[in-house]
Ligand binder design. Structure first.
Ligand SMILES: Nc1ncnc2c1ncn2[C@@H]1O[C@H](COP(=O)(O)OP(=O)(O)OP(=O)(O)O)[C@@H](O)[C@H]1O
Ligand SMILES: Nc1ncnc2c1ncn2[C@@H]1O[C@H](COP(=O)(O)OP(=O)(O)OP(=O)(O)O)[C@@H](O)[C@H]1O
Ligand SMILES: [Mg+2]
Ligand SMILES: [Mg+2]
Lengths: 226, 226
């Protein structure tokens, strides 16, 4: 359902060039749960942003259901992201003026849908934030903000969920609740999950683990066969 | 060297009151390394901010070398923080317009000292950021930004280091480098470290682990005796 072909990304700073991604080939089927691990700075967030069409590669392509992002207009890409992809950012990107519930409901509102209050509160309750409904981000702990970002990405039940280190600020119990939620989205709703993580226990939830190092894929582990 | 007496913190939101900390008693000796663990939202960041004088308690006191923060002027508190405390924030608080090296050197500059370039680059190299010297925060990965925040807190070799989840965005290898650095600061330079963490492996580096739950200390583990 999602594919990267010889995906490369370079950042240019004056005379210095940073090769964040070097010709990455990657594919994921519908209903699959893949974890991406690797050292800090190895290109994981960069790969996730390119897969989500949030940034353009220097060379190579991303294909969603066989259609290349390259050549799509900004409007087309925006619509794809809105309708098919849920993104959990490494640092959340919550709107500071909205409450937890409003932040979670935002993707529905943006898509012109009317958010069902029970759906939003239900999702908040599922990740332990039932009593933080009306708190704004600055009135939430780090891990609570992270969970709002997670709920927001799941509220539209998107076909593809791109999660950048979703348990980085969570204790093992709230982290497990998040992993269970992602696993259920995959098993029960056939959603496709790509999760960047530093947590080996989190990676063990996935069907396959891909290892990135210095911008290249160096190893893949099939969790279902081990 | 640092002590909390019946420390309480309440947040008020209209008619709702959140008891973030409930009468916490805590003390740490010079040269000690204490980890604070607990569920997301249990009050860890709140406790750390009160210990660092970055916020005022609702009731109770914090004492540094026997002197209460209560009653100190803003200027006095600011001077204490600048001279004696290094703070690693859960979300870093880097200045976006400064490079990694400039962010790291900032506490020295603020204190009217001239930063020695080799001292700053040496510290960056120690945590694997030698080749990211001139990158601004938006040109760094999440874990790289976290490491800049760590180096910044250590650059003045402060008596007390307050670290809020310093390995949350790091893979096990760069995380270990950070823990080694903190352990060395404690063992070799008699610095006092208080580290909030969700990572059990990180907590194992400490001399003592304090467990927080719903704003109260519920357990303490002495790591040196086990
Ligand atoms: N300004 C505020 N107004 C209302 N409630 C707040 C405010 N700031 C924090 N809280 C609440 O206080 C509690 C403690 O927050 P704190 O940030 O100390 O938790 P924490 O233990 O650091 O959590 P985490 O592990 O998720 O970072 C949380 O339940 C949070 O919702
Ligand atoms: N705008 C930029 N300009 C220059 N270099 C950049 C820029 N953005 C990222 N980089 C570099 O690209 C590399 C990959 O960054 P990326 O954020 O993808 O890493 P990551 O694997 O997500 O790391 P982490 O685990 O620390 O979050 C890093 O070494 C970083 O310094
Ligand atoms: Mg990243
Ligand atoms: Mg916190």
């Amino acid at each position: 359902v999602l594919q990267a072909e010889k995906l490369s990304k370079q950042y240019h700073m004056g005379t210095v060039t940073v090769d964040a991604l070097r010709g990455v080939d990657f594919h994921i089927e519908a209903g699959e749960f893949v974890a991406i691990m690797g050292p800090s700075g190895s290109g994981k967030s960069t790969l996730l942003h390119l897969l989500g069409g949030l940034d353009n590669p220097t060379s190579g392509d991303v294909l969603l259901d066989g259609r290349r992002y390259r050549g799509m207009s900004d409007d087309q890409l925006t619509l794809i992201r809105r309708r098919q992809i849920g993104f959990i950012f490494q640092f959340f990107n919550l709107l500071p003026t909205l409450t937890a519930a409003e932040n979670v409901a935002l993707p529905l509102v943006i898509d012109g849908k009317r958010p069902e209050p029970e759906h939003v509160s239900g999702l908040l309750a599922l990740i332990g934030l039932g009593d933080r409904h009306d708190h704004k981000p600055h009135q939430l702990s780090g891990g609570q903000q992270q969970r709002v970002a997670i709920a927001r990405a799941l509220v539209t039940q998107p076909k593809i969920v791109l999660a950048d280190e979703p348990t980085g600020n969570l204790d093992s119990q709230s982290g497990q609740a998040v992993l269970d939620l992602l696993r259920r989205a995959c098993d029960d709703h056939d959603q496709t999950i790509i999760m960047v993580t530093h947590d080996h226990h989190a990676a063990a939830t996935a069907d396959r683990v891909v290892f990135l190092k210095d911008g290249s894929i160096v190893n893949t582990l099939d969790m279902n066969k081990t």
